[in-house]
Design a protein around this ligand. Sequence first.
Ligand code: NAD
Ligand code: UD1
Length: 340
Amino acid sequence: MTYKILVTGGAGYIGSHTTLALLEAGYEVVVLDNLCNSSPESLLRVARICGKAPLFIQGDIRDHALLDELFISQRISAVLHFAGLKSVGESVRKPLDYYDNNVAGSVTLCQAMAHAGVFNLVFSSSATVYGEPTQMPIREDFPTGVPTNPYGRSKLMVEDLLQDLAKSDPRWSIALLRYFNPVGAHQSGLIGEDPNGLPNNLLPYVSQVAIGKLKQLSVFGADYPTLDGTGVRDYIHVQDLADGHLSALRTILQKTGVNIWNLGTGIGYSVLEMIRAFEQASGRAVPYKLVERRPGDIAECWADPTKAANELDWKAKRGLPEMMADTWRWQAANPQGYGR
Ligand code: NAD
Ligand code: UD1
């Protein structure tokens, strides 16, 4: 049987790579995206890579009528829910936008799913829900923390409401996937991350410095209690993340309840290690200066990926050189991203 999967936010960075992986694995895919942070070009590129296209519906997850109509016209088996806003700084300036998009949008989506009798959901959560853990690596049974910004709180709120939902109705099967730091691009160089304006995240910033669009990187804090004083994170290749979604999807189609999985590699790298690795992969210099810590940042954060390995039969396979080479290939071939 061919499953048809609804991918919300499927034109975005992680959604487009996962849409590609789904199509390559033989799923039918419907993408719902309002294009507030993406371009339809990403889906044209997906079709170029695999020779198959998802059905694309431009629309908003907060649109009740559109969702009802979508679930009536399409026989959806499961939803991969990526749609949402993700900029931490913007969430502090515009909290209502974040609660409306991320929280109210998820409520509307779940209402429409329940109405249509679709109970399989994979949600894009984040390691940010752990707050500032006292111990590394981070396991799924660690208590959730107090996120320092509305974006993080919106992710935790959706996790909590999905837990409540599953308790209220045993038909739900929900995966909460807590991503660590997604980086990289498809090896074709055709799809990748296309940040709008000044990048907030490390790797997009580094690659725009390497290509000459930005002058130098500011390294936020060199006085952390880490190996070289800079922040340590668990960077995971977006292709590994996409594969993790397929494993989670296969798993939740066979069970019910809520399952939480970390999607990380289990290895932490410092900012300076990332800069050196990127310079090696690109052959370009990445000038940087050490500056004050960024408010809200933690010193270190990496996953214990054992639970996902045991229960999903999934492991991140791609190492740092591949993450860097693929990021650079995408950046060098698409200096203006998708040209939005
Ligand atoms: P992205 O911005 O590239 O993709 C999100 C997509 O959702 C975009 O295409 C956007 O147009 C769409 N969208 C936003 N609001 C919508 C709405 N109301 N209706 C329909 N479409 C809407 O972001 P991404 O990096 O691919 O992240 C995907 C998901 O993963 C997000 O929920 C994000 O919070 C989560 N996440 C991302 C990271 C990361 O570092 N990229 C880390 C942890 C969690
Ligand atoms: C950030 C968000 C987090 C979100 C995640 C993925 C904050 C406080 N946290 O996490 O909520 O889930 O992105 O989208 O924004 N760095 C620099 N210079 C830069 C950019 C980053 O030194 O210009 C450093 C940071 O201090 C950190 C590391 O690089 O040590 C990674 O930063 P980033 O890519 O922004 O990810 P997180 O801070 O882990």
